[in-house]
Design a binder for this molecule. Structure first.
Ligand SMILES: N[C@@H](CCC[C@H](N)C(=O)O)C(=O)O
Length: 293
């Protein structure tokens, strides 16, 4: 059906999204339309698309409402190739900014807002000029697959971590390795995860810990989007992996530098086990209208 789609372009540390409001869940985009909108030459250009829909108005939203009845809004997230993902750590902050901008939620300083995602309900708070997201519990996942990238002479062991969506984190030796990897091609994993995976390449700063804060750099190849300037869930997975490798005494506060900026990661005890929080900026850049065929 031909239609005009009102959208907003936004980003969190350079991880960019096309967002649109569809409170009643009427707008169905085909994967090819999503890929075209995200195309940087033939469309708007973005790493992903976020539809703002009331949880009550889509099947995945029922699980969110069962988990937390206050999760009125659901983040319906698609990667730039038209596949869905369970969760997006940068996207959910930009989504909160969008809901505020559209007048769809009240979000005063000190409030907490629950948002439904396919990876579970996430609680957000304002933090400085951005937001902090409680990403909930995390788990080691998928063992230690070997990761091959063309420029690495030998395959490296990765660590599988799930933070709502799946990640494999690989430690690199030096800056040359981090900068030299060509992420225009998908890193090869052995065994290959059937549902695909986001792969983070991390480099610890020297010294790793400064003033009680762990510091790492990261580049990422996102499932369904390729290399991006940042990945919030990837930063969380990377900090968790480096803390795991560093062992006893490693800090719970982390600073993660990505090509598009910096995000913060904090692990903290909660009633149901350890949670991990992500903080960072969220910017809306411009509004537009797309004529969809
Ligand atoms: N950029 C996101 C992650 C988006 C989803 C990911 N590509 C997947 O398929 O799981 C983030 O900031 O977390």
């Amino acid at each position: 059906m031909a239609m005009d789609l009102q959208f907003t372009k936004g980003h969190g540390t350079g991880n960019d999204f096309v967002l649109f409001a569809d409170p009643d869940g009427d707008i169905v985009l085909a994967p090819e339309q999503i890929a075209l909108i995200c195309d940087r030459h033939f469309g708007v250009g973005a790493d992903g698309i976020i539809r703002a829909v009331r949880s009550a108005n889509l099947p995945d939203g029922a699980a969110a409402l069962a988990e937390d009845a206050s999760a009125e809004w659901f983040m319906d997230y698609w990667n730039s190739d038209g596949t869905v993902s369970e969760m997006c750590g940068n996207g959910i902050r930009v989504y909160a900014r969008f809901l505020i901008d559209q007048g769809l939620i009240d979000f005063a300083e000190g409030d907490s807002v629950a948002i439904g995602t396919r990876g579970g309900v996430r609680d957000l708070q304002r933090s400085g000029t951005g937001f902090q997201v409680d990403m909930g519990r995390w788990r080691l996942d998928g063992g230690e697959p070997l990761v091959r990238a063309r420029e690495l002479e030998v395959a490296r062991p990765g660590l599988g971590i799930n933070v709502g969506n799946p990640h494999v984190v690989v430690a690199l030796a030096d800056e040359e390795e981090l900068e030299g990897i060509d992420l225009s091609v998908i890193p090869q994993l052995d065994p290959e995860p059937t549902e695909g995976v986001n792969v983070e390449f991390v480099l610890p700063h020297d010294p790793l810990v400064h003033d009680g804060v762990g510091r790492i750099r990261m580049r990422v190849h996102e499932r369904g989007s390729g290399e991006t300037l940042s990945c919030g869930t990837g930063a969380v997975a990377a900090a968790l992996a480096v803390r795991y490798w560093a062992g006893k005494g490693a800090p719970n506060d982390w600073r993660v530098d990505v090509p598009g900026g910096r995000v913060g990661v904090r692990m903290f005890p909660a009633e149901d086990g350890e949670h991990v929080a992500l903080s960072g900026p969220a910017e809306l850049v411009y509004d537009g209208v797309l004529a969809l065929a």
